[in-house]
Design a protein around this ligand. Structure first.
Ligand code: 8X3
Length: 252
């Protein structure tokens, strides 16, 4: 079923994408617009966000998922929603547990876990009311396997995965689907953020590897979103051909 045959009478279905100013969020907003959705884009960097929104004919709204007042204002401005893509997230630091900064873990928990919770709580009644609602949570291979230096991000993404799976149980009997897409290495500014702007460290992550592109993950978002209403794609693990698990990577 295509999005054109879904949504409310008289208009296309509405997709909300968080973290939509760059990377997987921006690519997903563009791809969903191409698939017939009206897209509402949320992110903190409003200048960048407006450029992406213009490119996909969508609406840009300032959003900081770590701030309840910002989430409330965003939700107030959105209107009806059919699809929520919880993409805002990220990693900070790759230190061993012994050297981990508690503040880094707090930020990762806020943006990945509580951000997903805040957005889901704010929009779930409208997703139910749509008659065919969906939540797509962008997770990570880090939600599946622990890796050296990954504890904070592993913990946060494991928590997002658990949230997805519990919500899946709780939504049984409601017209809402819950999906989790877990990418491995994707070439975005993910590593630049993780390594606090250190270009050399960020580049080394992708050394000799062809990682996934943000558009590859966006493809999966569209595919998951456009299955017929009775089909729930629960989990998608997607890795580059050069990567077989979090730490098993072929480098040329
Ligand atoms: C990003 C994948 O392996 O760098 O979500 O944590 S990884």
């Amino acid at each position: 079923m295509t999005p054109e045959t879904r949504g409310r009478a008289g208009g296309p279905p509405v997709a909300v994408v968080t973290g939509a100013s760059s990377g997987i969020g921006a690519a997903s907003a563009l791809a969903l617009a191409g698939a017939g959705y009206r897209v509402v884009l949320g992110a903190r960097r409003i200048d960048l966000l407006e450029e992406v929104a213009a490119a996909c004919g969508g609406t840009a709204l300032a959003l900081d998922v770590t701030d309840q007042a910002s989430v409330d204002a965003f939700a107030e401005a959105v209107g009806p929603v059919d699809l929520l893509v919880n993409n805002a997230g990220g990693a900070l630091g790759a230190e061993p547990v012994q050297d981990a900064a508690v503040e880094d873990w707090q930020w990762m928990y806020e943006v990945n876990v509580l951000g997903t919770l805040r957005m889901t709580k704010a929009l779930l009644p409208r997703l139910i009311a749509s008659g065919d609602g969906q939540v797509v949570n962008i997770g990570s291979v880090a939600a599946r396997e622990p890796y050296r230096g990954g504890a904070g991000y592993n913990a946060a993404k494991h928590a997002v995965a658990v949230l997805s799976r519990v919500l899946r149980i709780e939504m049984l009997g409601q017209p809402v689907r819950i999906s989790e897409i877990d990418p491995g290495m994707v070439h975005t500014d993910f590593s630049l953020v993780r390594f606090r702007g250190d270009q050399a460290k960020a580049a080394a992550v992708y050394d000799g590897v062809t990682p996934l592109a943000a558009e590859d993950v966006a493809d999966a978002v569209v595919w998951v979103a456009t299955r017929p209403p009775h089909v729930n794609i629960d989990q998608v693990l997607m890795l580059a051909r050069d990567q077989s698990s979090a730490q098993v990577i072929h480098r040329r």
